[in-house]
Design a protein around this ligand. Structure first.
Ligand code: KG4
Ligand code: ZN
Length: 329
C-alpha cells in the first residue's frame, strides 16, 4: 500500500494531495487562481506560472503536515498544459523526490482526470470507455487496461470547456464560463434557439465546437433571445453532442462502463443526461474532483508505480504530450 504525493500545476490551479493506495485522500489542498484570471476573461500563462511559484511550497508543506505520514513517491503532471506552469510543478516535484529519495512518477494530465474516479466509492474495473471533457480537451478514449489507451475521437477545434468559456464572454457572463452558463441557463429555455450540433450527423467520433460558438455570437447580435435563453440553448446543444457521440462510441466498441471526467464533468445537465440516456453505468467523480486537483494525479501515479512506470530525473514537461496514438477505425 503506497502513499503518493500528487502535484498538479498544468493550468490555473495549484493542486497538492497525499493519497493512500490510489483510492483514499489523506490530505489535499488547492489554490485556485480563478479570481486573478477572471479579470482578464481567461488564463494568462505568465501570471499562472508566477502564482504557482508563489504558493506551491507552502501548499505542499501544509498538505504533508496534515497527512502526517511518510511519502513513498511523488507524482506530477508533466503535460499537456502551459509550459511555464508545468515547469513549476515538475521542478518542485523533482526537488522533493530527490530530497526524500523516493521515485518520481510523471503523469499525463488526462490520465489524471480518468483516475479521479478511482477516488470514489464505486470505482470502475477495466476495460471502460472514458469521456474526458475540460477546458483543453474533449475526447473519447477506450481504456483497455491501466495505462493502455486508444483515442477514439477528439475535438478538431475548440474544446467543450473552452466553448463554455468563450460563449460566457459573448454573453457578458463571468469566467470560468462553465459554472456561470450553467447557473444562467437555469432561468432559460433550452429550446429557445436551435443551435448546430458540430459534426453531429457525420457518424464520426470527432467533435467540433467552434461553429456552435459562432452561432451563439450571431444569435446574440440579432437580440431576439434573452441571455438565459441563449445560455440554456447553448448548453443543451453542447451537451447533446457529447451524449450522442458517447452513445455512438458505446455502440462501436461494445463498452460496458463509462467514465466521465474533467472540469466539464461538473456540468449538471451532462451528468443527468448521460445517466438517463445511456444504456451502461456511468462512473463520475464528485464535483470537487472534476476540476484540476492533486489527488487525481496521485491516484494515477499510484497505479503507474504499481505497474513499474516510474520516471527518471531527466523527465521534462511537454505542453503537447499525447496520451496515445489515435485508434485506427
Ligand atoms: O479540467 P479543468 O479544471 O482544466 C482543464 O484541464 O482544462 O477544466 C476547466 C474547464 C473550464 O473550461 C470550465 O469552464 C469548465 O471546466 N467547467 C464547466 C463547469 N465547471 C467547470 N463546464 C460546464 N459546466 C460546469 N458546471
Ligand atoms: Zn484538467
Amino acid at each position: 500500500m503506497a502513499i503518493v504525493l500528487g502535484i498538479e500545476t498544468s493550468c490555473d490551479e495549484t493542486g497538492i494531495a497525499v493519497v493512500e493506495d490510489g483510492s483514499r485522500i489523506v490530505a489535499s489542498a488547492l489554490a485556485s487562481q480563478v479570481p486573478v484570471h477572471a479579470q482578464f476573461g481567461g488564463v494568462v500563462p505568465e501570471i499562472a506560472s508566477r502564482r504557482h511559484t508563489q504558493c506551491i511550497s507552502q501548499l505542499a508543506q501544509q498538505t504533508v503536515d496534515e497527512a502526517g505520514v511518510a511519502v513513498d513517491a511523488v507524482a506530477v503532471t508533466i503535460g499537456p498544459g502551459l509550459m511555464g506552469a508545468l515547469m513549476v510543478g515538475v521542478g518542485f516535484a523533482k526537488g522533493l523526490a530527490y530530497a526524500w529519495n523516493v521515485p518520481l512518477v510523471p503523469v499525463h494530465h488526462i490520465e489524471g482526470h480518468i483516475f479521479s474516479v478511482f477516488l470514489t466509492d464505486s470505482p470502475p474495473t477495466f476495460p471502460f470507455l472514458a469521456l474526458v471533457v475540460s477546458g483543453g480537451h474533449t475526447c473519447l478514449i477506450a481504456c483497455d487496461k491501466p495505462h493502455q489507451y486508444r483515442l477514439l475521437g477528439s475535438t478538431r477545434d475548440d474544446a467543450v470547456g473552452e466553448s463554455f468559456d468563450k460563449v460566457a464572454r459573448l454573453l457578458d457572463l463571468p469566467y470560468p464560463g462553465g459554472p456561470s452558463i450553467q447557473k444562467t441557463a437555469e432561468a432559460g429555455n433550452p429550446n429557445a434557439v436551435r443551435f448546430p450540433r458540430g459534426l453531429g450527423k457525420s457518424g464520426e467520433l470527432e467533435f467540433s465546437y467552434s461553429g456552435l460558438k459562432t452561432s451563439v455570437l450571431y444569435a446574440r447580435q440579432r437580440e431576439t433571445a434573452s441571455i438565459p435563453d441563449l445560455a440554456a440553448s447553448f448548453q443543451w446543444a453542447a451537451v447533446d453532442v457529447l451524449v450522442s457521440k458517447t452513445r455512438l462510441a458505446i455502440e462501436r466498441t461494445g463498452a460496458t462502463r463509462l467514465v466521465l471526467a474533467g472540469g466539464v464533468a461538473a456540468n449538471r445537465l451532462l451528468r443527468e443526461r448521460l445517466v438517463a440516456e445511456l444504456p451502461i453505468p456511468v462512473h463520475m467523480p464528485p464535483l470537487s474532483l472534476c476540476i484540476d486537483n492533486g489527488a487525481m494525479i496521485a491516484a494515477a501515479g499510484d497505479s503507474r508505480l504499481r505497474h513499474g512506470l516510474c520516471g527518471h530525473f531527466r523527465v521534462t514537461p511537454n505542453p503537447n504530450l499525447p496520451l496515445c496514438v489515435p485508434a485506427q477505425s
